[in-house]
Design a binder for this molecule. Sequence first.
Ligand code: OFO
Length: 169
Amino acid sequence: MINNNVKEILNEQINKEFYSAYLYLAMSAHFENMGLYGFANWTKTQAREEVDHGMIIFEYMNERNTPVSLKQINAPDTDFSSPMQVFGKILEHERHVTSSIESIAHLTMDECDLATRNFINWYLKEQVEEEKNASDVIAKLKLFGDENASLYLLDKELSKREYKKHEYN
Ligand code: OFO
C-alpha cells in the first residue's frame, strides 16, 4: 500500500495523462479540419500513447493495493492555428508534464517510497523522448517552413507514425 501523499500525486498524474490524451485528440481534430492528415495521425497516435501512460499508473496502483480515485478530466485547450503554433503548445505541455513527473520523483524520496521512486524512472525517461519528439517537428518546421510544399512533405512524413502500445519495462 502506498501512503496518502504519494497516492494523491499518482491519482493526479493519471488525470494529467488522460487530459494529455484529450489535448492531443483535440489537436488531431484541428489538423483533420485543415486537411493535414499526417499531423492528425501523429497527434492521434500520441493521444493513444497518453492513455497507455495513464493506464500504467492505474495498474501500478492496483498492484500496490492502493485505491485509484479518478478525477474529472477538464476540456482541452482548443485555441489552435498553424502547425508551428500547435507544436509550440505541445512542447510547452510536455515540459509541464516533465515537471509533474519530477515532483513525483521528489515526493517519493521525501516519503521513502523507493518502489514508486523506481517505478517513476520509466516516466522520467519517457519525458525526455516526449520533449524530443515535439522539438524535432518544430526544428523541421523552422528549417523547411510552415507552408505549401514543405508542409506537404512533412505531413507525409508524420503520416507514417504508427501506434505501438506503451508498456512499462
Ligand atoms: Fe504522458 O507524456 Fe505526454 O503528456
